[in-house]
Write a protein that binds this ligand. Structure first.
Ligand code: DP6
Length: 360
């Protein structure tokens, strides 16, 4: 599929007023997307676990306008409250996707959105939020063109979500998702994510992710700014090669279930991501002392117990603690005994690998 395949061939039939609701999950990257080219094209491929509990639910209500408007017409409600500060992001998103959904200026929209995770928990809601909105818009397209296939629906939803936020394209399906071209993965694409196409060892079924909320405030540097700092970064090219290598090594791990190698790759990715931040110009650091405290405790616990628990980080201070189903009791006890003390107000979220977005 190319970009052209996502453009409407003829202007679609108008539909009456209606309402569509989708719930889309968040995701956690194992190989990180960090650095991009114009049009939200990733500089390197990434692979992620789709989450289950952390999700955004969005209801899109639409009302046909008598005649097409000059600008996008929409209201935005976040957890029941009008949110003016979120509107520019949606404006930009609509402007980027209008070419692929030419009906956008023919309707007035009310977008009602809410997250399952606490407000300002420091968990990025852009992935689940953009995915949920893209799915609602695809729901409209489906009403206009009922012949579209389920595969096209998901691919275009992922394609559109990517134009809202790169990592959002990995929040449509589950449970292991890959985005970005790598020759060894057939069907991989820079413009939408796909379900990981090879077989996955049972060790990765029902993997757990307990998210420790270390710092709940606004991030000092947004992901978008961070991605841009990879242009001209002295280690950028080497980092992109590393991501490809990690992705290929992970393919072997997914096949043979080697959890020691899994731990090594996943933690190396998290630390490489933050190393890129710490060595860009200007440099910045999103980890907090508690982030490092947790990492050290995990390393000590692993050494003492032989556990396969590991951590990963996204662009923030919170720590995702990943562990296999068969270790869930022991690791959860360890988290309660030793890690919760590092969390802001003792807050954490128990999540696990999930199977993708759902129409409500
Ligand atoms: C560190 O998808 O938030 O979480 O495309 O600018 O919206 P934009 O960036 P975003 O970047 C996510 C970066 C990351 C790694 C990852 O999820 O792969």
């Amino acid at each position: 599929m190319t970009e052209k395949d996502f453009i409407f061939q003829s202007f679609p039939t108008k539909i009456d007023a209606g309402k569509i609701t989708w719930k889309a999950p968040s995701n956690i990257a194992l190989v990180k997307y960090w650095g991009k080219k114009p049009n939200q094209i990733p500089a390197n491929p990434s692979v992620s676990f789709t989450l289950d509990a952390c999700a955004t639910t969005t209801t899109l209500s639409f009302l046909p306008l008598k005649e097409s408007a000059k600008s996008f017409s929409f209201d935005l409600l976040f957890e029941g409250q009008s949110k003016k500060e979120f509107k520019p992001k949606i404006e930009t998103f609509f402007a980027r996707i209008e070419k692929y959904l030419p009906f956008l200026k023919s309707y007035h929209f009310t977008i009602e959105t809410s997250n399952s995770f606490p407000h300002s928990s420091g968990i990025a809601s852009s992935a689940s939020g953009m995915a949920a909105l893209a799915l609602c818009l695809m729901g409209m397209e489906e009403q206009m063109n009922p012949n579209i296939t389920a595969n096209y629906f998901n691919q275009k939803a992922s394609f559109l979500a990517r134009l809202g936020s790169g990592s959002a394209c990995r929040s449509i399906e589950g449970d292991l998702i890959q985005w970005g071209i790598d020759e060894t993965i057939e069907g991989s694409s820079n413009i939408y994510a796909i379900k990981y196409p090879h077989s996955v060892h049972k060790n990765f079924k029902n993997y757990h992710d307990t998210i420790l909320l270390v710092h709940k405030g606004q991030k000092e540097v947004s992901s978008t700014v961070g991605h841009n700092l990879m242009h001209g970064h002295p280690f950028a090219e080497q980092r992109f090669v590393q991501a490809h290598n990690h992705l290929r090594d992970l393919q072997t791990v997914f096949l043979n279930g080697d959890l020691d190698r899994f731990v090594e790759i996943v933690e190396n990715e998290a630390l490489s991501l933050h190393a890129m931040m710490m060595t860009s110009t200007p440099y910045f650091m999103l980890m907090k002392p508690s982030t490092l405290g947790i990492i050290q405790k995990i390393w000590q616990f692993r050494k003492a117990s032989g556990s396969k628990v590991c951590f990963t980080l996204d662009a923030g201070a919170n720590v995702h603690v990943l562990y296999p189903e068969k270790e869930k009791e022991d690791v959860y006890q360890f988290i309660k005994d030793e890690l919760i003390a590092f969390c802001e107000k003792g807050q954490y979220i128990c999540d696990r690998i999930g199977f993708g977005a759902r129409k409500m």
